[in-house]
Design a protein around this ligand. Structure first.
Ligand code: HEC
Ligand code: HEC
Length: 259
């Protein structure tokens, strides 16, 4: 695998300070991961009950019982369904360790439980971006949008890069189309949000199609053992073949000359 390229960020994202603060608080508090008190569900429908119960068990200790936030986690009021779905479907939340940056892992919750939690957090109010509905877009336009808006952090091929202060722009090869669109609208962690005044829904479709293309191109290459060694090795193999042909030709010529 290629090593991520270092990138210097001109403008630090304002939410970084909050995230780092929360993480410091996490490190400071020995009871940071203590489970929340057993919930008393008050909601009416089964899905709402489930959302309330899961939230109180898994999220309230850091984000507060009403999503108001605490020293251990930011407020969730108004983050919007897209943010909650992104954090849960990429396995970033529930945060389980004192880490400087939540990282992608297998999701802890089923799709149904994720929707129940999305619904419960939305009940705290405040609006925020909805989960985008993506459709196939134009990869040529997507390539240009990616180069201008995303490649400075994620690399031209989407393989990720190291940003300032140890933050990482992750590789984009595991993200689903919906997760790409959610990240674009929400701006998780150090990433800036791109609202619809900056990138229209159609442009987001173009971008997600292009990111999916990058992902499948990489998978194709992974299927071939030479491909996994990268272009340098492919070039070497090419040269070896050419050299072998040359040596063969010289021998043949030599034999003809000796006859
Ligand atoms: C151990 C503490 C902890 C637990 C438990 C936890 N979170 Fe978080 N959460 C955080 C911290 C810290 C951040 C900020 C991290 C960052 O920005 O990388 C965060 C960020 C988030 C965000 C992004 C907020 C934004 O501004 O866009 C969402 C959404 C979220 N958490 C939802 C949840 C949900 C839902 C649960 C329960 C399933 C949960 N979290 C459990 C600590 C926690
Ligand atoms: C300023 C640097 C920066 C720019 C510009 C940027 N990102 Fe990001 N991106 C990040 C960081 C940092 C994260 C990790 C956030 C976290 O873990 O909380 C991220 C996360 C992501 C993820 C989640 C990947 C995963 O692990 O599932 C996707 C998808 C993504 N970005 C897509 C994009 C797209 C598409 C663009 C262009 C429209 C873009 N990003 C622009 C820094 C950036």
């Amino acid at each position: 695998m290629r090593r991520p390229r270092a990138v210097t960020l001109p403008t630090p994202h304002p939410r970084r300070a909050l995230a780092v603060g929360s993480v410091l608080a996490l490190a400071a508090g020995p009871v940071a991961l203590a489970p929340a008190p057993t919930p008393t569900p008050t909601a009416t429908t089964p899905a709402a009950d489930r959302g309330t119960q899961l939230y109180l068990e898994q999220c309230a200790s850091c984000h507060g019982p009403q999503g108001q936030g605490s020293q251990r986690g930011p407020s969730l009021i108004g983050v919007g369904p897209a943010s909650v779905d992104f954090q849960l479907s990429t396995g970033r939340m529930p945060l389980s360790q004192e880490v400087p940056q939540a990282t992608r892992r297998a999701p802890v919750f089923s799709a149904d439980d994720i929707s129940a939690l999305v619904g419960h957090v939305a009940s705290f109010g405040g609006g925020g971006p909805q989960i985008p509905r993506v459709a196939p877009g134009d990869v040529v336009s997507g390539r240009a949008l990616f180069a201008a808006n995303c490649a400075p952090c994620h690399g031209a091929g989407g393989s990720g890069a190291v940003l300032t202060n140890g933050w990482i722009a992750p590789p984009l090869y595991e993200s689903t189309a919906t997760q790409v669109a959610e990240a674009v609208r929400v701006g998780p962690g150090l990433m800036p949000a791109f609202p619809s005044q900056v990138l229209t829904d159609r442009q987001v479709n173009d971008l997600t199609s292009y990111v999916q293309r990058l992902r499948s191109e990489r998978l194709d290459r992974g299927g071939n053992p030479i491909g996994r060694l990268g272009p340098l090795a492919e070039g070497l193999v090419g040269w070896v073949v050419v050299l072998a042909l040359l040596v063969g030709a010289v021998r043949w010529l030599g034999r003809r000359a000796g006859e």
